[in-house]
Ligand binder design. Structure first.
Ligand code: ATP
Length: 192
């Protein structure tokens, strides 16, 4: 595993500069936090790292051949599939039993046979988070993953996430410094 190094990244949309000469390193096997006000370009940076957006200038090294996984701000579940099937769609090697146990560990027990469209927002969020965490990946992106969870559920999910992410390279976007601490982030990047 090698660090991911971002140098001099620039991105503008319709003449509006969003990323201005942004440089940073994401240490391999660690959680890096990214905090900035709304609209500062956090999601844009993630999208560039994921290859979904092209930068105007700058370089990124260390991404070659990496398997990526992500929790987006939206759940993006398959609405007609139940939670177990949503997890196994992305990770077919995951057994039904392992999927059920992972769901139960974050409080999702009774809803395992219900289609995603019938789940509450907080239930859907937990399925979306687990789907990313259980996938086979080398680099994980978390874009405000815990938004909308009540405090008690959030504590459980953050502890589960931290355990599953141990030793993995993670870029974690949040507005809450307490969440960075809960996930054991080693550094906090800021976008001006
Ligand atoms: N595809 C696009 N076309 C035009 N403008 C865009 C596009 N994507 C992002 N932007 C603009 O770039 C700016 C940064 O957006 P971005 O979503 O990266 O911010 P953010 O820091 O993630 O915000 P938030 O915390 O609200 O999620 C915003 O002004 C947004 O409107």
């Amino acid at each position: 595993m090698q660090d991911i190094v971002i140098q001099g990244l620039c991105k503008a949309f319709d003449g509006k500069q969003v990323l201005r000469d942004f440089s940073a390193a994401l240490p391999a096997g660690q959680v890096t936090g990214l905090m900035a006000p709304s609209g500062a370009g956090k999601t844009t940076l993630l999208r560039i790292l994921m290859g979904l957006e092209t930068p105007d200038r700058g370089t990124i090294t260390g991404l070659e051949g990496l398997r990526l996984s992500a929790v987006f701000q939206e759940d993006r579940l398959c609405e007609n599939l139940n939670p177990v099937s949503n997890l196994r769609l992305v990770t077919p090697a995951l057994s039904r039993t392992a999927a059920a146990e992972a769901l139960a560990a974050v409080g999702l027990t009774d809803c395992q046979r219900q289609p995603a469209r019938e789940l509450s927002g907080g239930m859907r969020r937990r399925v979306a988070i687990l789907r990313a965490l259980l996938a086979e990946y080398d680099l994980l992106f978390l874009d405000e993953p815990f938004k909308g969870l009540d405090q008690e559920t959030k504590e459980i999910v953050m502890a589960d996430t931290r355990r599953r992410c141990a030793g993995r390279t993670v870029l974690f976007v949040t507005h809450d410094p307490a969440e960075l601490e809960a996930l054991g982030a080693v550094q906090r990047l800021e976008l001006s």
